[in-house]
Design a protein around this ligand. Sequence first.
Ligand code: A2P
Length: 296
Amino acid sequence: MSAPLLTLNNGVELPAVGLGVFQSSAQETADAVETALCIGYRHIDTAAAYGNEREVGQGIRRSGVPREDVFLETKIWASDYGHDETLHAFDKAIAKLDTDTIDLLILHQPMPAYFSRTVAAYQALAELYEAGRVRAIGVSNFTEELLDRLAEWTDTVPAVNQVELHPYFSQPELQAYHRAHGILTQAWSPIGGITFYPGWGESRHSVMDDQTLQRIAAGTGKSAAQVMLRWHLQQGRSAIPKSTNPERIAQNFDIFDFELSADQLAAIDALDRGVRNGPDPTADNARYMELTIPEA
Ligand code: A2P
């Protein structure tokens, strides 16, 4: 089984469902990546700040799947923003991932308090794209206002904006903005798993236990997580569920043999509470600068 492909605004194709490795420990990551690729995943999403790029590279190699068949996405961390710093951060990433090119390279945070550095970082990504070192570039955690601010400084429209997006926080206005500008919406925490992360979110409610999702899941013979992933797929989003558990990695890829009705999709849309569980990307992100990304 393979995931459907989504076409980015530069014509590059991205497998809609990928494996996320946020908070996958270094020890777990190589196994999770290898397992996912053996099941049929062809898209892995990591980040310099996750501290597991090296293990992602190991997992790809161990799987035996040719590197060119894997869509590899990673993120530049905020403390590496700035033109030259970001070019160097790319070199750090490819060394750890043991690859020459990255399929999708994105800025991890908008950093509104350091916006000129954010813009310089994005301009470095655009140069890497022009030089053929990355196949597409994008951003993460940008709001409509911050996408507008970025557009004042560059002609290269981000291919992707990766944002918190699950049934309790589905960001319909941001999705409409993306559609209007040719930006693909990519969902992080696509099955609401962020509600499990200690310390984040004041109004934490388990999305997976939601009664509406449980009812739809029972009716389709699938789990609530699978229903949520199907909701993303049918609405044209990319989703990168994280799991290090082989059964759940497989379950999250077993979503191509059922269809949600228009009423079921609308019922899931109606669950939106408009409250994020993750960090507010417009808050002053000064403390993000404290995390430095090692050379090797
Ligand atoms: P685990 O790695 O033990 O499977 P998200 O990507 O939305 O943030 O969700 C990730 C969280 O959800 C992780 O805690 C992960 O734990 C858990 N998870 C992943 N897939 C499933 C699933 N199919 N059912 C239940 N929990 C899941």
